[in-house]
Ligand binder design. Structure first.
Ligand SMILES: Cc1cc2nc3c(=O)[nH]c(=O)nc-3n(C[C@H](O)[C@H](O)[C@H](O)COP(=O)(O)OP(=O)(O)OC[C@H]3O[C@@H](n4cnc5c(N)ncnc54)[C@H](O)[C@@H]3O)c2cc1C
Length: 590
């Protein structure tokens, strides 16, 4: 088989915050590092992050990493691994200051220190009151961060392969990872990228849902590739619905708006969050706010002619604050909702935003299956499950996750590459052949299904059967429906078989990844019969022992979905931090 092979020390799939942070570590250590991306690096979804990156710098008021750790464990509804959470929260001030030194243009306080705003679920003193922990560059924090990281990588001579799509993972007979098969999108030519260490930093998969804040490229490619290569996916039932997507459009309005004083109101003008979260109010964590909004709408207190959304009100804020701290939001409101938020409230609804689950890793970014690390394989960022976000992520903890675990996986890869034999081993071609056959199937399929129709069937099914609130019968039907959709995905046909920038082929290949994510999500959600964090089931018993329907006796464990036979197994949550005491289980309220 004459597939050309390119050789590197490290290959990184994904040029968002996680991929770029890891690449920087490797390139600065003098290693030959390739970064593949479907789009130009600075167009990765990280660029869309608005609100901020968390770190207990305490620039405006006292703060401590241990409080941050407590909030993150509580936010995760105790499903997060406490070793990884401690690691992340302790590292936060270091990686944020490091980013500042890389040239990140943070907003400033009068004394020159980094500006910080309050964000949902981030509190002082173990849950007392909202604290300013989100370090922000206006409402374009991800944009500023991605550009700073990209420029540092250019300086460090990272080799970028822009508009290259990784198709499949390559493993040898022992299961060690040897690199990836990838397609140059301009020519549709297929290559192997062989390396001593491979990192997946492919971001999220929000496009499994019909309404999402995610970019069109967020199609879960890393998850699809991992699943096809026999790696299980962890905690895929947990998806975050962001409370404030623009109604009808899905575009995100950052939680930073509520951090700056924005208030949610129902059709009666009532600040309804006071009833659901008397302490944190509009700054309760995202799952709590989303459910409150859906409850208001379901009980007839929604706004607009169809009573199908609520309002986010900042008309009481000083227009100066809106213009300087939230300029992007004002622009989005005017463009997508036809509303100038200085004068009128913004119509909003909960929209799919973030996947808490992913490829199982430890806090060093190593992929772990059955208690063993998969040699040569790493994952970081939204595609990975370390697991720091557990059943629900706190806002601003994702950008932090990219920095902390991008860096730690980069460091793990450096150690691994330095200890590996100088020459790359012989390439094991079975996975390469399978990958080529997958593309070939698309080129020869006759009487097949339509990619667009199959994708929208999947998105409608996920939206209707696996949304903010989940119901036993709907989930069971959802599993059947998704398995039906999978049959369509297996026989997709593309009319255009040309080779130059053929987006039809790319979309068909992306759909093969999305469907793996959709199956993992639906099957895991159907199995977990409790309510925890973002996964809330109507049939979960709400008893004194199991307040809010959480069932620690049976379900304080991570789900692992295996593609092979749609099998599920489980592993315990790590309740033991690295140095401090366990944050003990409690009922979660805000
Ligand atoms: C609108 C929005 C606002 C947000 N705001 C915040 C916020 O304020 N604070 C916060 O903490 N979090 C926020 N988040 C979440 C956070 O931005 C994301 O979780 C995070 O940026 C993901 O980064 P990543 O590096 O994992 O992936 P991404 O930035 O999504 O990058 C993925 C990369 O992988 C590449 N890729 C994917 N598949 C392939 C393939 N097959 N072959 C080659 N390359 C591939 C892509 O081209 C891209 O370069 C927000 C998310 C959204 C959607």
């Amino acid at each position: 088989m004459a597939i050309p092979v390119r050789k590197f020390d490290a290959v990184i799939v994904g040029a968002g915050g996680a991929g770029l942070r890891a690449a920087l570590q490797l390139s600065e250590a003098g290693l030959k590092t390739a970064v593949l991306s479907k789009v130009f690096p600075t167009r990765s979804h990280t660029v869309a992050a608005q609100g901020g990156v968390s770190a207990s710098l305490g620039n405006s008021e006292p703060d401590h990493w241990h409080w941050h750790m407590y909030d993150t464990v509580k936010g995760s509804d105790w499903l997060g691994d406490q070793d990884a959470i401690e690691f992340m929260c302790r590292e936060a001030p270091n990686v944020v200051v490091e980013l500042e030194h890389f040239g990140m243009p943070f907003d400033r306080n009068a004394d020159g220190s980094i500006y910080q705003r309050p964000f949902g679920g981030h509190m002082s003193n173990f849950g007392e009151k909202p604290v300013r922990r989100a370090c922000a560059a206006a409402d374009r924090t991800g944009h500023a961060m991605l550009h700073a990281l990209y420029q540092r990588n250019v300086r460090a001579n990272t080799q970028f392969f822009v508009e290259w799509m990784a198709l499949d993972l390559v493993r040898d007979a022992e299961g060690n990872v040897q690199g990836v098969v990838a397609m140059e999108m301009e020519t549709s030519e297929i290559y192997v990228f062989q390396a001593k260490a491979t990192l997946f930093a492919t971001g999220g998969a929000g496009r499994i849902f019909a309404s999402s804040t995610n970019a069109f490229i967020n199609t879960g490619d890393g998850l699809g590739m991992a699943a096809r290569a026999g790696i299980p996916l962890e905690d895929m039932e947990f998806w975050q619905f962001h409370p404030t997507g623009v109604a009808g459009a899905g575009v995100l309005i950052t939680e930073g708006v509520r951090g700056e004083g924005g208030i949610l109101r129902n059709a009666q003008g009532e600040r309804f969050m006071e009833r659901y979260a008397p302490n944190a109010k509009d700054l309760a964590s995202r799952d709590v706010v989303s459910r409150a909004m859906v409850t208001e709408i379901n009980e007839g207190r929604g706004c607009g002619p169809n009573k199908d959304h609520v309002l986010l009100d900042i008309t009481h804020l000083d227009p100066e604050v809106i213009m300087s701290k939230l300029p992007g939001i004002r622009e989005i409101s005017i463009k997508f909702a036809g509303v100038d938020p200085i004068k009128a409230p913004i119509p909003v609804v909960p929209t799919c935003h973030y996947q808490m689950g992913g490829i199982p890793t430890n806090y060093k970014g190593e992929v772990v299956v059955d208690g063993n690390t998969v040699q040569g394989f790493y994952a970081a960022g939204e595609v990975a499950c370390a697991s720091v976000h557990g059943a629900n992520r706190l806002g601003t903890n994702s950008l932090l996750d990219l920095l902390v675990f991008g860096k730690s996986s980069g460091n793990s890869m450096i150690d691994y590459i330095k200890a590996a034999p100088k020459d790359l081993p012989e390439l094991h071609t079975a996975d390469v052949e399978r990958s080529v056959a997958r593309v070939e199937r698309l080129n020869t399929q006759k009487n097949g299904s339509n990619v667009h129709e199959a994708r929208s069937a999947m998105q409608r099914t996920m939206q209707a059967h696996c949304g903010v609130f989940r119901f036993k019968d709907m989930l069971a039907q959802g599993v059947e429906k998704i398995l039906e959709v999978e049959k369509l995905v297996k026989t997709t046909e593309i009319a255009d078989k040309s080779k130059t920038f053929n987006t039809a082929r790319i979309e068909a290949l992306e759909l093969e990844n999305l469907i793996e994510v959709a199956k993992a999500t639906m099957i895991s959600a159907n199995a977990r019969t409790e309510s925890r964090g973002a996964h809330v089931r109507d049939d979960a018993a709400d008893t004194p022992e199991n307040p809010n329907g959480r069932d620690d006796q049976n379900w304080l464990k991570h789900t692992l979905w295996h593609r092979d036979g749609n099998r599920l197994d489980y592993k315990p949550v790590n309740l033991k931090p690295l140095t401090v005491e366990t944050i003990a289980l409690k009922t979660r309220s805000y």
